[in-house]
Design a protein around this ligand. Sequence first.
Ligand code: NCD
Length: 309
Amino acid sequence: MNELFDRDILSGEQFTLDEIQTVMGVAHDMRRRVAHGTHLDNCHGKVLASLFFEPSTRTRLSFETAMLRLGGQVIGFSSAESTSVSKGETLSDTIQMADQFANVIAMRHPRVGSAHEAAAVAVRPVINGGDGIGQHPTQALLDLFTLQQELGDFDGRTIALVGDLRHGRTVHSAVEIYKHFNCRLILVSPEQLMLQRPMVESLHKSGVAVTETTDLESALSASDAVYMTRIQKERFADPSEYEKVKGCYVLNRELIMRTNSRIVVLHPLPRVDEISTDVDDLPGAAYFRQAQNGVYVRMALIAMVLGKA
Ligand code: NCD
């Protein structure tokens, strides 16, 4: 059986390099088979519970597409208001109920640690699709998959992570994954939104070369890829703090052409104003391809935890 069989996927930290490489390999295989039009039935007779207590477009739809492409079926909800949570049901009860209906649970919830809480009560594997400002491990794996696709190889590369590094859960998971590679990271953010110190220290400890700056232009010139992120408005307790940093970094075509015309541009999406639409038709603009890769990586993860890869 594969290494992820019957396991929860909760954080970037849980993965060994071997496991990451296995997921990448299975995802490549899924991508090839979908591209060839192969009919897959790995998960025939299996049900995914897709429980989204917090807004989502890509993550929810790509988990659901992944299960459908594997020949399985999907149940779930896309907002807590439409469920018994609005009657006061606890997360633990909702999860224990879904556990009776489905073979695997994908979930998103606004509270840090919620996916761990769910995994503690569920018999079925739980896959974390984002827990507040905590973790978003499937996004980090699809980001890595995309970087490998776009750059050919990730080792030895320099990636600029830009924007709200303090609240961005995709970045929090990504740094855990990137620790296993020989890469350089340039962290670009306003002072208020820097990556938390323990995460920076742990990157240093694992041998990743990290620099921190507020200057996007110099970071672009020095990088092979740039990972733009949205300022996470919904995570600010004080709206006036958000007003101070909103719109702080905007990547547009002119800036790319001036600093590094070959740079690969990623973004977990949704974007607000961090990437101008005039970037979209540059060859390096990879964010919609990145979203598509989410389906292949989630196909790999679902099939692996169900022992059907
Ligand atoms: C991200 C998220 O929800 O953390 N989106 C996603 O999953 N693709 C990023 C964001 O909302 O800014």
